[in-house]
Design a protein around this ligand. Structure first.
Ligand SMILES: Nc1ncnc2c1ncn2[C@@H]1O[C@H](COP(=O)(O)OP(=O)(O)OP(=O)(O)O)[C@@H](O)[C@H]1O
Length: 249
């Protein structure tokens, strides 16, 4: 099978304390269609830097990134956002506070169009948005609520729906449940897993939660000091215990 995303010898060097430091230090990674890869690593291991390099928010110092065989290493964030979507840890990122839930969904659905065109045709889409949110206790009947009035969990659920509404080629989840209370976090994680499997999405999910890391996904990688020090396939991951993972931290 051909990889959807291929990262080849990715290095990101920063100048810190009078010396060069490789915060990504020769990352090689092939992500295949429908992979759901959990990414673990201590604070400062380079997880967010890796996601930034994939989205184009931060360019590599050297190395290449290919998406479907197309070299995207030099493509900017806006161009890549047509294929790659990301949900952040902070519920305030990713949604427009002064717009309603429905308007935010419409913006996401029409991503790629100029902003003035993206907000047209709300009425035509309202039934679809009702359907999308109807089984979600957090967002049901909230389509006309301004996003700034939503709780953190509701905003994160909305951010997640916005990230998947156009079926991205690659979905990046950057500790997207970490800021939520345990119950809400678990609900969003269940929704996340269900949608990824149902839609056949390809996903890279950063988490610090070892229980989540064991339970979800078909692959698991561990980052340490800018390197991938562990890359487990489906069978290896299925046999994994939390205790095994603790040894890497
Ligand atoms: N622009 C920058 N300038 C200086 N140092 C940076 C910069 N960006 C990242 N770093 C450093 O690079 C390392 C990797 O950071 P990164 O945010 O990718 O780690 P992380 O694995 O996502 O950590 P966390 O789990 O805390 O979010 C850290 O030591 C961080 O301090």
């Amino acid at each position: 099978m051909k990889p959807l995303l291929e990262i080849d010898d990715a290095v990101k060097t920063i100048y810190n304390d009078n010396q060069n430091l490789n915060i990504l230090d020769g990352i090689n990674l092939k992500i295949y269609p429908k992979d759901f890869i959990v990414v673990l690593g201590t604070n400062g291991a380079g997880k967010s830097t890796l996601l930034d390099a994939i989205t184009g928010a931060n360019k590599l110092s050297s190395g290449d990134i290919k998406l479907n065989d197309d070299d995207i290493t030099q493509k900017n964030l806006a161009k890549r956002s047509r294929y790659i979507s990301r949900v952040y840890q902070d519920p305030k990122l990713g949604t427009s506070p002064r717009m309603t839930v429905a308007e935010n969904l419409l913006l996401a659905q029409r991503r790629g169009l100029p902003r003035r065109l993206r907000l047209r045709k709300l009425n035509e889409n309202i039934e679809k948005f009702k359907e999308l949110t109807k089984d979600l206790p957090t967002l049901d009947n909230r389509l006309n609520t301004f996003t700034e009035k939503l709780s953190g969990g509701q905003r994160q659920t909305l951010s997640f729906l916005m990230a998947i509404i156009q079926k991205p080629e690659l979905l990046l989840l950057d500790e997207h449940t970490a800021a939520l209370d345990p119950q809400t976090s678990q609900e969003l994680m269940e929704l996340t897993s269900k949608v990824i499997l149902e839609k056949g999405l390809t996903c890279l999910m950063v988490t610090h939660n070892l229980t989540e890391a064991i339970k979800y996904g078909n692959r698991l990688i561990v980052l340490k000091k800018g390197k991938i020090i562990l890359d487990l396939d489906k069978d290896q991951k299925a046999a994994l215990k939390e205790q095994d993972l603790l040894e890497y931290f």
